[in-house]
Design a protein around this ligand. Structure first.
Ligand code: C5P
Length: 245
């Protein structure tokens, strides 16, 4: 009946947009600053309800030619410049998820330096946490966030963590990680990543951050309660309108 009288499902407003968008959090910070850990801790602290997904900007590295892949294995490709990431695709996928539309996320292999031929289907999360070194870089992305976070961490700690992680999980050598760090990662951090901290609503330390995570989770829970109240009010007013018409 509701669909008949309004020509649209009741969870869409008159402007055709969903009444309740997903709540989107953008987490930026240097490589190995602890972004993923902060995202996971927020999920843990929110509990199992409502549905939360973590979307990594790393999934959106561009496709490379065979020549570029050979250069990447020799640490001669700059993966820390904003142009290395397919920002329009990232913003489009995020906008779809925010508007509760289904989307397909690319899958990227750090060992192969390549986007794989598979995608990951995502749909229906109430809270989306995106994380990546350039998560706060582009204005189109920033406009999608309801909360912007920057993870601030000492450079030496980030380098130490990166060496451990890249050797263990991304198939790299210690020498290669250091070479790439000095040539690309550190300069890009100073030029492109660190300056985006000024866009953040909250700056979180890269370790010993349980209080900051608690504050963030409390804020998200409050926002979700407010949205649920707004949604219930809208649904009641739609039912009343429908009964009267
Ligand atoms: O997970 P994290 O934020 O550290 O991932 C970003 C880092 O991944 C960048 O600093 C970039 O140097 C690195 N990267 C890489 N090889 C690729 C793609 C990205 O080392 N093929």
């Amino acid at each position: 009946t509701l669909l008949k009288s309004h020509g649209r499902p009741p969870w869409y407003g008159e402007d055709g947009l969903p009444i309740c968008d997903a709540f989107v959090i953008g987490i930026a910070g240097g490589s190995a600053s602890g972004k993923t850990h902060v995202a996971q801790q927020i999920v843990r602290s929110l509990g199992s309800v409502p549905t939360v997904v973590i979307l990594s900007q790393d999934s959106f590295y561009k496709r490379h030619t065979a020549e570029e892949i050979a250069l990447a294995h020799a640490n001669r490709i700059d993966f820390d410049h904003p142009d290395a990431i397919d920002m329009p695709m990232f913003a489009a996928c995020l906008a779809d998820l925010k508007a509760c539309r289904q989307t397909n996320i690319p899958v990227y292999s750090f060992a192969e330096h390549q986007r794989l031929n598979e995608t990951k289907y995502l749909y229906g999360a109430a809270i989306i946490i995106t994380e990546g070194i350039m998560a706060l870089h582009h204005p189109d992305l920033r406009s999608l966030y309801d909360l912007k976070v920057f993870v601030q961490c000492d450079s030496d700690l980030m380098l130490a963590r990166r060496i451990q992680r890249d050797v263990k999980e991304r198939g790299r050598s210690v020498e290669g990680v250091i070479e790439q760090y000095l040539r690309y990662v550190k300069p890009a951090f100073d030029n492109f990543v660190s300056p985006t901290a000024r866009h953040a609503d909250i700056v979180v330390p890269g370790s010993n951050n349980s209080v900051a995570i608690d504050l963030i989770s409390t804020h998200i829970r409050r926002q979700m309660t407010e949205r649920a109240r707004h949604f219930r009010k809208h649904m009641v007013s739609q039912s009343v309108e429908c009964c009267l018409s």
